[in-house]
Design a protein around this ligand. Structure first.
Ligand code: UGA
Length: 434
């Protein structure tokens, strides 16, 4: 099949690359000439483990091409995936201007039947809007499909190739048949394609992300309460999670959820609710709790250091919002940096992938180091922010030797309480004994 992907951001590039790997011919369209040139030369413009290998394999096989001209793609492709940004507007609602802009272009330029597939996370009713916009420009037949993406950053290729399900929202049998053809390699592997109407499909994505954000937040509150009553959240998590109605995934407490999806989608669903005069009370609370959770270790560090952060130096391991990504959008590290520096502390950080992005965002507000141990020199305490695997089994002797105080504040519960106690560290994690 000939497939066009409009937008080569995270979702678009992964979708295009993986659909090419299914044997389709894929044309990726992006307005950014530099990026298109870079991809033509075989460079992946995003950080995503495992993507480069599949990308290069498909370039070599001539199954994937890149252009800035959407007309080139529309001339040969029957299916057009839209993977465009939908950033939150001032009021938290999703900004659809990119999606609508491209819908206009498609309406003006298409010369034969097309299936327009929306992969971006968009509010309920967007498929209808896109339909309206295209129909206002052409008399040629077309269908609009909602096909939300559920992949996680850092695991995108495996999530695309082995998803738990594929959701396809369309009222057209012809479009559904084409979507079923595209996803045949997955259905053959036993992965269900769940067909539904467009609106239910659009809402599924928001509901899924908001539910996961709620699950994490609930567990964060349980963890906070564990500390007050002397329970251990690790035990509680295991005890709860073994009930398969609850499930043991996404129950890890920490310093709040971040990234480009959960915060944006929770806000957008709350906003969509308001537009219908409906108040998502649970989600409003989730947002509020998450904001506090992101900086929950700051007062603990302050207390440990005698009640003031003035003139103190904090060594930070990790800046990315989670492991295996360079993404710092809505990362807890940024909230903590803000809070720590406002209170007079200085921060020196190490992250193997995210430092360039943080430098671009906040420049020399903090110091950066190229070695996870060197940044500990003269630091008062160590604060672990991201669960990168290189932080999981550190050289405790080196930490103890370099830090001014043998104290670790761990926002990701990476270390064994007994080991740290035995080694004489003050160790504060989330929802476990100090
Ligand atoms: C999330 C969803 O997991 C994907 O299914 C979805 O497709 C994607 O958003 C999207 O909408 O595009 P992602 O943002 O890449 O994926 O990251 P996750 O791995 O879900 O983690 C989100 C946040 O929750 C991170 O800050 C992570 O540290 C935190 N988290 C996750 C916890 O605090 N505890 C957990 O148990 C799990």
């Amino acid at each position: 099949m000939n497939i066009a992907i409009v937008g080569t951001g995270y979702v678009g590039l992964v979708t295009g690359t993986c659909l090419a790997d299914f044997g389709n011919h894929v044309i990726c369209v992006d307005i950014d000439e530099k990026k298109v040139e870079m991809m033509r030369e075989g460079h992946v413009p995003i950080y995503e483990p495992g993507l480069e290998e599949v990308f290069l394999r498909n370039i070599k096989a001539n199954r994937i091409e890149f252009t800035t001209n959407i007309k080139d793609a529309l001339d040969v492709c029957d299916v057009v995936f839209l993977a465009l940004p939908t950033p939150p507007g001032e009021d938290g609602s999703a900004d659809l201007s990119y999606v609508i802009g491209v819908a206009n272009q498609i309406g003006e330029l298409m010369t034969s039947y097309k299936v327009i597939v929306n992969k971006s996370t968009v509010p309920v009713g967007t498929a209808d809007k896109v339909h309206e916009v295209i129909a206002s420009k052409t008399t040629i037949k077309f269908d609009v499909v909602s096909n939300p993406e559920f992949l996680r950053e850092g695991y995108a290729v495996q999530d695309f190739m082995k998803p738990s399900r594929v959701v396809v929202g369309t009222s057209s049998q012809k479009a559904l048949d084409m979507m079923n053809r595209i996803y045949k390699p997955l259905t053959e592997a036993g992965i269900p394609v769940i067909a539904m109407d467009e609106k239910s499909s659009e809402l599924t994505k928001y509901a899924a992300n908001s539910f996961l954000a709620t699950k994490i937040t609930f567990m964060n509150e349980v963890a906070n309460f564990c500390e007050l009553v002397g329970a251990d959240v690790d035990k509680v998590r295991l005890g709860m999670g073994s009930d398969d109605r609850i499930g043991n995934r996404f129950l890890f407490p920490g310093i709040g959820y971040g990234g480009s999806c959960f915060p944006k989608d929770v806000k957008a669903l709350v906003k969509s609710g308001k537009q219908e005069n409906y108040q998502f009370k649970v989600l409003e609370a989730v947002e509020e709790v998450n904001q506090t959770q992101k900086v929950i270790l700051v007062p603990a560090i302050k207390e440990y250091l005698g009640g003031s952060l003035q003139g103190k130096k904090i060594a930070m391991w990790g800046l990315a919002f989670k492991e295996n990504t360079d993404d710092i959008r809505e990362a807890s590290s940024l909230d903590m940096i803000e809070e720590l520096t406002n209170q007079g502390a200085s921060v020196i950080a190490y992250d193997s992938a995210a430092m360039p992005n943080v430098k671009r965002a906040i420049g020399d507000k903090i110091e950066y180091g190229d070695d996870m141990y060197e940044i500990l020199n003269d630091a008062d305490v160590l604060l672990v922010v991201t669960e990168w695997s290189e932080f999981r089994n550190p050289k405790y002797e080196v930490i103890a030797e370099k830090l001014k105080n043998k104290a670790i504040f761990d926002g990701r519960n990476l270390y064994d309480l007994e080991v740290l106690e035995e080694k004489g560290f003050f160790y504060k994690s989330i929802g476990r004994k100090t």
